[in-house]
Ligand binder design. Sequence first.
Ligand code: AMP
Ligand code: FE
Ligand code: FE
Ligand code: ZN
Length: 286
Amino acid sequence: MDLARAGVRPLTAPRADLHLHSTASDGTLPPEAVVARSAAAGLAVIALTDHDTLAGLAAAVAAGERLGVRVVGGCEFSVSAPWGEMHLLGYFLPAADAALDGLLRRQRADRERRAGEMAERLRRHGLPVSDDAVRRVAGGGALGRPHLARVLLETGVVATVDEAFERWLRRGRPGFVPKVLPTLAEVAEVVHAAGGIVSAAHLKERGTRGALEQFLPLGLDAVEVRHPSHSPELEARLLGHARALGLVPSGGSDWHGEIADGTHGALGSSAVPLDWLDALEARRPA
Ligand code: AMP
Ligand code: FE
Ligand code: FE
Ligand code: ZN
């Protein structure tokens, strides 16, 4: 039955959560489970945006077809920024593109190098962090600091993931090693050539009009205005900048699965209306 024609309207308009992680990177649930949880949360569309990999996409798309959730191919890139590092969300990415795959492979290799160096630093501080434990916790996913945090948690060095970051893993703490970062322009060029767009993720207070003006000629298409770390005031401010500069607004929860930490939202908590998704899609290169 066509519910709309029958005069039945859903209680809430369909929504899209455009920032989600799975075990393909530092999330705790496999891609299929992320999609199942999204369906249960009533989301019409999600973007799987694992760090530096598209490895979860095929399984997520297949699950989405079974469960009636549209899955947009996405990825979260770490790039250099005037203040150090920022994150870019790529959207409408194909599962296979030679240049994109090459870039992602390089970044994942750098994550392996860096995870090894971080574990080594933690060991020098007397902490029981073996390379094997990091690999086991990551389960083949693109390696990141959350995996090191979980090893510290399971060995009892810390009581929470937040404590692991605060004491050991944050920039400036003993375990921190930086990633080698591509530039925004480099990533935007590769993503555009693959038919996708790039959005600046969770800029928080860095999302000034001046910063966005600087990013625009480098290829930025969109801004994640809605994110669990953004207050309603900040969201309104970012939305104003986006509208003024012709950047498309976006949003998502940055959900990493069942993991207790203070930086990520509940699934669907920062979801956006589907006409925001349409505007993102209209921004794709011809
Ligand atoms: P990496 O890309 O390896 O530097 O790790 C960054 C990731 O760590 C982010 O994408 C978050 O998933 C996670 N993260 C950063 N800070 C925290 C925190 N304080 N608590 C929990 N997770 C965090
Ligand atoms: Fe993450
Ligand atoms: Fe991020
Ligand atoms: Zn993220």
